[in-house]
Design a protein around this ligand. Structure first.
Ligand code: AMP
Length: 216
């Protein structure tokens, strides 16, 4: 199965991609994660991407296409994948089409995880990572016991550098202006599926599985 997950920042694409990876062995290819890793490793790409990402803007199409090309080339991607956060504009979608056609791996579905605006802002501004476990928590939505568990074991709640309110507002604007036109693009070629992304993670996951015919 070859899927792209579309949705605004905070819609839960990454969470759903991880579940698909755990259950079906489909590698999650997240350009955001690859770029964050490049920043952590202080590579040339990381240096170029750092400021742009912190401000919530898109890094260049060339850089992300290179990352995607390398990921799709990997043996683990040969029997399917979930793209999370790519493509993010029409030029990227067109490059992806060319690339997938050249390797004879056409997309099966483009799944929009559709979440209302108020929820998006809360999910992003409340998002924290436990420094000990790497677990993603939310100060508005997680059980207090989960937050206490991290803190009482000596962990800290770390906020992503682009989860501040200025960057969040910009990322949502960038999404509306540059990424949303992809919905029409994938609809016109019959690949678009819309999953309600509000509610609990497992509820959303069930909707995704059902709509993509991956449910037993
Ligand atoms: P994400 O983790 O998907 O929310 O991505 C975090 C940030 O990484 C975005 O706000 C962009 O700055 C950058 N980024 C991720 N994917 C792309 C992409 N496909 N094109 C350009 N920039 C991207």
């Amino acid at each position: 199965m070859r899927i792209i997950l579309l949705g605004a920042p905070g819609s839960g694409k990454g969470t759903q991609a991880e579940k698909l990876m755990d259950d079906f062995g489909l590698p999650q290819i997240s350009t955001g994660n690859l770029l964050r890793q490049a920043i952590a490793d202080d590579t040339e790409i990381g240096k170029q991407a750092k400021e742009i990402m912190a401000a919530g803007n898109l890094v260049s199409d060339e850089i992300v296409l290179d990352l995607i090309r390398i990921s799709l080339d990997s043996p683990s991607s040969q029997s399917g994948f979930v793209l999370d956060g790519y493509p993010r504009n029409i030029a990227q979608a067109e490059s992806l089409d060319v690339l997938l056609t050249s390797i004879n791996q056409p997309l099966d579905h483009a799944v929009l995880i559709d979440v209302d605006s108020d929820t998006l802002t809360k999910r992003l501004s409340g998002r924290r990572m436990c420094s000990l476990t790497g677990k993603i928590l939310n100060i508005y939505f997680s059980d207090q016991s989960e937050i206490d568990e991290c803190l009482s074991s000596g962990g800290e709640l770390i906020q992503r550098s682009d989860d501040n309110i200025e960057s969040i507002t910009n990322r949502i604007n960038v999404y509306r202006e540059q990424t949303e036109p992809l919905l029409e693009y994938y609809k016109s070629i019959g690949l678009l599926i819309i999953a309600d992304g509000n509610g609990e993670i497992d509820e959303v996951y069930k909707r995704v599985l059902k709509l993509t015919n991956m449910m037993d």
